[in-house]
Design a protein around this ligand. Structure first.
Ligand code: SF4
Ligand code: SF4
Length: 432
């Protein structure tokens, strides 16, 4: 392998000399010299970067963004252009996946955004402060916001409305603990991340997750005290909030053997807690990988006669290398025909709040994805990430396509031939 015999510490590019803190604000997190030095400027990532593919501009490529970060690290002033270069990135991590030098691009981008946060216009900072400090970390605030959703949604600006589904479940409750059904041998206990918007916008997905896990022999706990995992805050340069939420999740889930997460963006983020906050590591496993690796037990799967296109969320495919697991699970369902989406590894343009901040780029990527899904002839698209599901559903709707968007676990749930007799140990309380 290239570089194997070279002395320890050898780099293909000389480490950036940044002195004490270069041009970064020393009071905030910043991309480290070691991380910045890993890029050898080979350009192999460029054709895989969605924003470079759309614009053809070096500044909208991973290599260009790293060069811009290096310039700031060596003392150049952070300008509005630098903020724009960073904000146009989807943090899809396609560049990480193909980079021969293992550049930790997601980590660098999160730190760069922490640096540019104070430079944003007052309105953007206020929106971030409200959203990331006050709404997402507090389940009761999310409940209140989703309660107002039917009234507020029609008057939201179009770019924000496209990120908000038409319906929500502000008052729905998950069972605190669910046992495997009678006659199914118990294999162990798992803790489930309910998620923040996931549980309000996709409550049915959480219920399907609990049913499938229980049918597969797992006792499912939904621990008290959990809240948002912090992924959105981290991706938007609010690392202090993300650290607090990582600590909170560590306390809520401590003592569990495994934390199962059914949203790819959340599982990818939670698996890097120890990088974000020392001692905050959790035994997190993405639901699709967990079910595939552990197997479905003795469940009898009934036929689901549908043509299903599987959408790879970047945070599953790129950040966690999950590709075969969901396909292998869906392939077990009798009469389900799995079809591949053309250029299926391309980002759909969801990327958290990207549709609101970069509507043109998000719109182009969303249209491209919806067209590729329609071309498969599938009547269902399976997506294991809430952001992708909302984005894809919106673009399918605007194209007039009658394609249903479901989480793959909902298809497994539909397929379960046995009557759903999971005994709910306690269903009166809810995660706080
Ligand atoms: S990020 Fe990786 S693939 Fe892209 S230019 Fe740098 S070293 Fe090459
Ligand atoms: S994270 Fe995605 S959008 Fe950002 S530079 Fe990498 S490939 Fe491009």
């Amino acid at each position: 392998m290239l570089g194997t015999d070279l002395p320890e510490g050898t780099r293909f590019v000389t480490p950036v000399d940044v002195g004490a803190s270069g041009g970064w604000d020393p009071t905030r997190a910043a991309p480290t010299t070691a991380d910045l030095s890993t890029c050898v400027a080979c350009g192999l990532c460029l054709p895989h970067c969605p924003t470079y593919r759309l614009t053809g501009a070096e500044v909208a490529s991973p290599r260009g963004r790293i060069a811009a970060m290096r310039a700031i690290a060596t003392g150049a002033p952070a300008t509005d252009s630098f903020t724009r270069f960073m904000d146009e990135c989807l943090v899809c991590r396609a560049c990480e996946d193909v980079c021969p030098s293992h550049v930790p691009f997601g980590r660098m981008m999160e730190a760069a955004r922490e640096q540019i946060e104070p430079r944003r216009p007052r309105r953007a900072r206020l929106a971030h402060w409200l959203g990331f400090h006050w709404v997402l970390p507090h389940p009761s605030a999310i409940r209140f916001a989703t309660m107002l959703q039917p009234v507020l949604r029609p008057i939201l600006p179009r770019r924000v409305r496209s990120m908000v589904p038409a319906s929500a479940s502000p008052f729905a409750r998950l069972p605190r603990e669910t046992e495997p059904p009678w006659g199914v041998a118990e294999r162990g206990t798992v803790a489930l991340l309910a998620g923040c918007v996931q549980d309000r916008w996709f409550h049915e997905v959480n219920l399907a997750t609990i049913r499938v896990l229980a049918q597969a022999g797992w006792r499912v706990r939904v621990p008290k005290g959990q809240a948002c995992c912090g992924a959105l805050a981290a991706h938007n340069g609010r690392l202090s909030v993300a650290r607090r939420l990582a600590t909170r999740a560590t306390h809520a889930f401590e003592g569990g053997d495994v934390v199962v997460v059914n949203a790819a963006g959340c599982s990818a983020h939670m698996r890097t807690y120890d990088e974000l906050q020392l001692g905050a590591g959790l035994p997190v496993r993405d639901l699709m990988a967990f079910l595939h690796e552990e197997g479905l037990g003795d469940v009898a799967l009934g036929p689901v006669p549908l043509a299903v296109a599987y959408h790879d969320a970047c945070h599953a495919l790129r950040a966690q290398g999950i590709h075969a697991a969901p396909r292998a699970l869906l392939a077990q369902i009798p009469e389900l025909r799995l079809v591949e989406i053309r250029n299926g590894d391309r980002c759909c343009g969801a990327a958290g709040t990207y549709a609101a901040t970069q509507p043109e780029m998000a719109g182009a990527l969303g249209d491209e994805k919806a067209e590729a899904i329609v071309a498969t002839g599938a009547t269902v698209v399976a997506s294991a990430n809430p952001g992708c599901s909302v984005q894809i559903a919106e673009h399918l709707r605007t194209q007039g396509a009658a394609v249903e968007v479901l989480h793959p676990v909902e298809l497994l749930d539909r397929s379960l031939a046995q009557p759903r007799t999971s005994r709910v140990a306690s269903s009166t309380s809810e995660p706080k």
